[in-house]
Write a protein that binds this ligand. Sequence first.
Ligand code: UDX
Length: 425
Amino acid sequence: MKITVAGTGYVGLVTAVCMAEKGHEVNCIDINKEKIEMLKSGHSPIYENGLEELMQKNKEKLHFTLDSQEAYQDAEIIFIGVGTPEKRDGSANLKYINEVVDQISEIVQQECVVVVKSTVPIGTNDKIEKKLKSKNTKIDVVSNPEFLAQGTAVHDTLCASRIVIGAENKRAKEIMLKVYEKFDAPFVLTNRRSAEMIKYASNDFLALKISYINEIANLCEEIGANVQDVALGMGYDPRIGSKFLKAGIGYGGSCFPKDTKALHWLSNLHDHELKTVKAAIEVNEQQKLRLIKKARKKYNNFEGLTIAVLGLTFKPDTDDLREAPSLTNIPIFLEEGAKVKAWDPVGIPNFKKIYPLEIEYCNSIEETIKDADMCFIFTEWSEIVEFDLDKYSELMKRAVIYDGRNIYDNETLKNKGIHYFCIGK
Ligand code: UDX
């Protein structure tokens, strides 16, 4: 089928490449010239496992353009995968979606299904369809949320846990089933508003699960329990499940923080307070400062101290910094006059855009921890997990570790004379 994908970020590009892999002819459009040029030369502007290889493999079926006429004029299906970032009040910013919809409305004369992949507030698909149908009654709008996690986005799309299709008529539903013909996954066929809600309800539930285990972790510290054992014991119950029970320094990324706030905002708009989601947001904001709170027990402030930071991205296997705990903590170190040395296997170029001079960026973990007074771990990169623990005492001025991801064993570190502070144990 002839598919056009608007937006070449995590959602758009991964969707486009996976659709090409399944045999479709895919045209990708973006407003960013640099990105399109990079994509045309066969390179991915985002760091995502397996994506570039799949782009190469399907290069005959993938086309990239800046020209909206070329992109939309004969598309049978148009996927919208542009960003819906958070506005200051917590609501979703639909500016980019609206721009794409305006262009589609101007150009598309043919029969076409417009598929909204971006996460949008409930009711947005209805508004989009109303706008498009006012110019072309042959357009249908379908909500088809994505459930891909960064780092495993290609796998999550090709081997989807489920494919949710929110359509209001038989024709649109049938076309979507044809688009996904070669995907082996359970299908949830529903109406548009339910599909939009499935996305928010799923993400907010996962965020809530993390905030819940983080609160339990904080209590475990007070009462002398070990949250990792607690999570293990809970996770064997199939009704609970073992995933997303890793306590730590809070969730980040481009989805959970924004989607919890957006649903909370939307519920308030309907005079309906979502108390559990509100709690998840509040707990997460506090959790991001949990290690600093611990360090404060020993140090009044960080002035004059050398702080080694290991891990800058919001999670491993991505170069994305959005809502990363490093961005909450490092400014506090800097404001109080600490010297910050940092290492991350892929996140440094993006971090440099925010802090070009204030931080000493290092090429290795050894170089980062050398002569440091303390070390903060914000991301569980495998290089940090597998690092030779003896080097902490050998290289640091004082072997003090604040670990936001619980990657080491307390006893082992204690036996090596390292002061180790983590979360919930
Ligand atoms: C998430 C959802 O998983 C995905 O389905 C949705 O489409 C987009 O949002 P992503 O943001 O890429 O994906 O990352 P995810 O792996 O879910 O992690 C989100 C955050 O939660 C990270 O900061 C991670 O460190 C944190 N996390 C995750 C925990 O703190 N504990 C856990 O047990 C799991």
